[in-house]
Design a protein around this ligand. Sequence first.
Ligand code: SF4
Ligand code: SF4
Length: 189
Amino acid sequence: MESLSGRSKVVVKKEMTFLERIYLPAILGGVIITLKHLFRRKATIKYPEKKREFSDVWRGQHVLKRDDKGAERCTACGLCAVSCPAEAITMTAAERRKGEEHLYREERYASKYEINMLRCIFCGLCEEACPKEAIFLTDRLVPTEFQREDFIYGKDKLVEPADNRIDVTKRQTPAVLEFKKNKWFAHNK
Ligand code: SF4
Ligand code: SF4
């Protein structure tokens, strides 16, 4: 039968030589390859006893930041959700009521804010899109879970505790700080 490409290869069933039949040269070749790998630097580590150091700008579990007075910075503008390529972020906006100024920085806030960690690809675009410096990725790993629904992180897991702030200063690299000097791009001061 003629092939579409017009190319063909005749397969010849060649008799094995004596050396091929005893397999010893092939076995020896395999042993040499194994021995070579024994003396090479290993690509793997013994996790969890040993852990690799993360880069300062490693992108791990998100945090929703509070301002200096402890109020939530997020204003539920939705820009992070729109910029998320994985469609991992959902939220519900609410109006701040009188007397809630100490809880929410802006007149609108996210009464519900969720990130699906199974969808998230930790690209950091939500952080870049946020005009209020409300969301940052951190150097924390997302812990393993047994149920899929446990990977839907709500405000209880995302908003930083008022008395135990999450440090994100390492993410403010010189390039980021330079960028923020531009008055057109300067985020909330
Ligand atoms: S890090 Fe990327 S994928 Fe994850 S929530 Fe933010 S924008 Fe979406
Ligand atoms: S985290 Fe930032 S971008 Fe996302 S809704 Fe809140 S203020 Fe807007």
